[in-house]
Design a protein around this ligand. Structure first.
Ligand SMILES: NC(=O)c1ccc[n+]([C@@H]2O[C@H](COP(=O)([O-])OP(=O)(O)OC[C@H]3O[C@@H](n4cnc5c(N)ncnc54)[C@H](OP(=O)(O)O)[C@@H]3O)[C@@H](O)[C@H]2O)c1
Length: 290
């Protein structure tokens, strides 16, 4: 495993498992259990995924030293307020069965995320949160949050993959000391991702798959990745990216795949805000989320 050092001084693995869309709790528990056996130590969940309890069960069953693990969760939009976020930290810890989190992110820059960030800063100072950060904060939102708050976010998790390399946003994050973390490092398979001829040609040089080349490219560029898979063989495949290195020609060829466009979500689109407003309403009685 390779690690990045956050602005808190803590080490964060460059590769972890994302558990979005593992809503079946038994399945989520099985996948996390298998991932920990493969060697994954970073698990990325969220209040909104409704599976924190399953992640916690698998972590406890593995019996690994707590210090080896890096557990991230995210504040659901409904909890974006000072009081809401503060209370939700306790509920996430209870569901995960942990007494601290390695990283808590504000999931989306909607509703009262300034209030939520104040609660995160308090819990960071108290030591309950070892690092705090944000997700889906585009450069203007990130600049604003950093300018008017005391604690610089340790991480910003944004859609990042070879088709959307986030060059300008990444440069801003590097200048601010914010670690970039890629969600959907495979673009959720869109646009022929796993059959991409450039990724396949580069992979052929090293006997690696397009998925492995894509992850290696991001890690080598300083991006933390959290690919999701429910399949044991793919968990192992996605983890086997530390025994080869891309050369300058490979990096140039893959850099050229960047379209500069997000494929999956646009937080500037008013329709996205409405979508999340509907989700907040639909999920309001779910005790595993709120
Ligand atoms: N902050 C946010 O707003 C946000 C948004 C989205 C995601 N995330 C986080 O980022 C994580 C990853 O993103 P994601 O789940 O959206 O998408 P992703 O990791 O880009 O892609 C997951 C898809 O790729 C498939 N896959 C995985 N490994 C593969 C391989 N080696 N070969 C072929 N197919 C493979 C998976 O299918 P199988 O499962 O069938 O293998 C699944 O359909 C999430 O789990 C979540 O933790 C965060």
């Amino acid at each position: 495993m390779e690690y990045t050092t956050l602005n808190t001084g803590a080490k964060m693995p460059y590769l972890g498992l994302g558990v979005f869309q593992l809503a079946d709790l038994a399945e989520c528990e099985r996948v996390v259990d298998e991932a920990l056996a493969v060697g994954y130590r970073l698990i990325d969940t969220a209040q909104g995924y409704g599976n924190e309890r399953a992640v916690g069960k698998a972590i406890r069953a593995a019996g690994l030293p707590r210090a080896e693990l890096f557990v991230t969760t995210k504040v659901w939009v409904a909890n974006n307020s000072y009081e809401g976020a503060k209370a939700s930290i306790g509920r996430s810890l209870e569901r995960l069965g942990l007494d601290y989190l390695d990283l808590l992110l504000i999931h989306h820059p909607f509703s009262d995320y300034y209030g939520a960030y104040r609660a995160l800063q308090e819990a960071f100072h108290a030591g309950t949160l070892r690092a705090i950060g944000v997700s889906n904060f585009y450069p203007d939102h990130l600049a604003d949050l950093v300018a008017f708050n005391e604690v610089v976010p340790a991480v910003n998790q944004v859609e990042t993959h070879v088709f959307c390399q986030q060059r300008a946003a990444k440069a801003q994050m590097e200048a601010l000391g914010v670690q970039i973390e890629a969600w959907a490092p495979f673009a959720e398979g869109r646009d022929g991702f796993f059959g991409n001829p450039t990724l396949a040609a580069v992979g052929a040089k090293y006997a690696k798959t397009p998925a492995q080349v894509a992850l290696r490219f991001l890690i080598q560029s300083g991006v933390v990745v959290i690919p999701k898979t429910a399949h044991p063989a793919r968990l192992a495949e996605n983890f086997a990216v530390f025994d080869f290195a891309l050369d300058a020609d490979d990096l140039a060829a893959i850099s050229a795949l960047d379209t500069g466009q997000r494929l999956l979500m646009n937080h500037y689109d008013p329709a996205t805000v409405q979508r999340f407003k509907r989700l907040v309403e639909e999920r309001k009685d779910n005790p595993e989320i709120n």
